[in-house]
Design a binder for this molecule. Structure first.
Ligand code: HXC
Length: 510
């Protein structure tokens, strides 16, 4: 018996060595943790249950019969994060560069299938040279098996990808179909075709970091939702995000203990909106004032900064926030901000996360670039996402809600349940000056008369009461009581139940 136990220990130890100490040292020298070390940081202590540790590839070409490593370059299994179940895979760069073989893919598919069956999220830690070159089409088939599962699991369980090394070629499409992508600065990159191919085809000279590093994907392409300094920070932030999310689409997000009075009064909010309508202020002040303990997890913070998206808790319950940011482009909607917010709203709706919308929007950004870029279609994504959402929705207009953007930003008309406005709100077709210039075009040469018309329009429409008289705004609230009013609103909506018409699926303007 002892011999058998020893043999088991020996086989386990061999699998844990991965590609050997030399390659582990090389991994550390790059500032990266190994696949197993990463799981130790990500999961609760002692919770990791590994599967398929002894799996090896079956390839024989190119001398592969002699290059078998137990586990085949990916560590898979399940564990817990603050006690809640999660399935994980972590690619091991020390084994053939973490490249994906047929069996490596089968291991990932196995835990994805378990995750869907048992209703728990999947977190994938990606660090791979891509398709295992020696295996050819078997490897490509393996990728496609994973892609199909990503799509089947979409909207059923949350899927999170962390890019912690190379992720190139078609391999990028698995993370791309998950719900969140995070990257590690200076040690990860993602691109469909690398710098060498780019140079050959387009004659552009670019480094891997410039082409697909964390800065590129968090600021320019919006492929990634966030970037972190190192492996440890990235994994700890993923744990923080995980705590906001439900395990699957049939469960509510977790309720955390909270030590912050839901009725907390915030007098500073009474002076948050400046006297001048054209002066910016920081919408994040309102967000953190509303949140339990001021805790806010922001997504896509460096992209389309004219809109803010992320999670907070009210009375311990997760709420998704979408907020115009007057500090950037006056908080207007444009192509990028519409896409960013639309994607966020759809995730919240799929996973039963209530949505709070904070509005200060002067309209859609004008310009040739916007029109040629398809702002019509991209703006429609946000309108569509809100109109389709059935989760509890509370909207608060702090200042401007002009034109079509008023309708789009979770107005009552497209399905918000409770719509509040501060006394400083201005709900109108457009700003007073623009309106006067159109209505009194013939008087454009007379600045005094135009100013009088502007004032008249302002007095009539630059307030929340016209909308409130029609019931489009349920109540005009004191800024200092915003947290209390919003908390009560969401509490009253906990039993919301909406029947939707059967359809195969919608045809959202993609
Ligand atoms: C097999 C691979 C591999 C791969 C790396 N290795 N990539 N083995 N298949 N795809 C092996 C190397 O031979 C090496 O083995 C070890 O991993 C570490 O690689 P290095 O090159 O020494 O590391 P580094 O200098 O850090 O460079 C990493 C790298 C580079 C940039 C990822 O290895 C590279 O360019 N690899 C090829 C990438 C690629 O073209 N992949 C196919 C993409 S197409 P030893 O034994 O020396 O340690 C694709 C299609 C997917 O993925 C399609 C899905 C639809």
């Amino acid at each position: 018996m002892r011999a058998v136990l020893e043999q088991l220990e020996f086989r386990r130890a061999q699998a844990r060595i991965g590609g050997g100490q030399k390659r582990v040292d090389a991994q550390h020298a790059k500032g990266k943790l190994t696949a197993r070390e990463r799981l130790l940081v990500l999961l609760d202590e002692g919770s990791f249950e590994e599967y398929d540790m002894y799996v090896t590839h079956r390839a024989t070409d190119f001398g592969m019969a002699e290059q078998k490593v137990a586990g085949d370059g990916v560590v898979t299994g399940w564990g817990t994060i603050n006690g809640r179940l999660v399935y994980v895979f972590s690619q091991d760069f020390t084994v053939l560069g973490g490249s994906l073989s047929e069996t490596h893919a089968q291991k990932i598919c196995k835990i994805m299938d378990m995750a869907v069956r048992n209703g728990a999220p999947v977190i994938g830690l990606n660090d791979s040279g891509g398709a295992r070159i020696q295996e050819g089409v078997a490897s490509l088939a393996g990728y496609a098996d994973v892609f199909k599962r990503n799509v089947d699991a979409s909207g059923v369980i949350p899927q999170i990808s962390v890019i912690m090394g190379p992720c190139a070629g078609g391999a990028v499409y698995s993370p791309a179909m998950t719900d969140f992508i995070f990257m590690v600065r200076d040690s990860s990159y993602m691109f469909v075709t690398g710098p060498d191919v780019v140079k050959t085809v387009t004659n552009e000279i670019v480094t891997a970091e410039e082409l697909g590093g964390a800065a590129t994907h968090t600021q320019k392409s919006s492929v990634a939702d966030g970037a972190f300094e190192n492996d440890i920070e990235a994994l700890e932030e993923v744990r923080r995000l995980f705590d906001f999310l439900p395990l699957n689409n049939r469960e509510k997000p977790p309720v955390r203990p909270f030590y912050d009075d839901p009725e907390r009064i915030e007098l500073r909010l009474d002076t948050l909106v400046p006297e001048s309508a054209n002066k910016p202020y920081d919408m994040k002040e309102l967000i953190t004032a509303i949140a339990d303990e001021g805790d806010f997890f922001e997504l896509q913070a460096a992209f389309a900064r004219n809109i803010i998206t992320g999670y907070l808790r009210i009375e311990g319950r997760t709420v998704g926030v979408v907020a115009n940011q007057p500090m950037v482009l006056a908080g207007c909607l444009d192509i990028d901000s519409s896409r960013k917010a639309a994607r966020f709203v759809r995730f919240c709706d799929a996973f039963d996360i209530p949505i709070l919308t904070l509005v200060d929007v002067p309209g859609f950004l004008p310009g040739i670039g916007q029109e040629y870029g398809g702002v019509i279609k991209h703006g429609a994504k946000l309108l569509f996402a809100y109109s389709q959402a059935t989760v509890p929705m509370v909207t608060l207009i702090t200042r401007k809600a002009y034109g079509g953007a008023y309708d789009v930003m979770a107005s009552k008309h497209i399905g918000a349940d409770i719509n509040y406005a501060w006394p400083t709100a201005q709900i109108a077709v457009m700003g007073a000056k623009g309106a006067a210039e159109i209505l009194y075009r013939s008087e454009l040469g007379d600045p005094a008369r135009l100013a009088a018309h502007t004032k008249e329009y302002e007095q009539r429409f630059a307030n929340p009461f016209i909308a409130a008289e029609r019931g489009f705004i349920d109540e005009v609230i004191m800024p200092h009581s915003s947290r209390k009013r919003i908390a009560r609103a969401f509490a009253a909506l906990r039993g919301k139940n909406v029947e939707t018409r059967w359809k195969k699926h919608d045809t959202i303007p993609l």
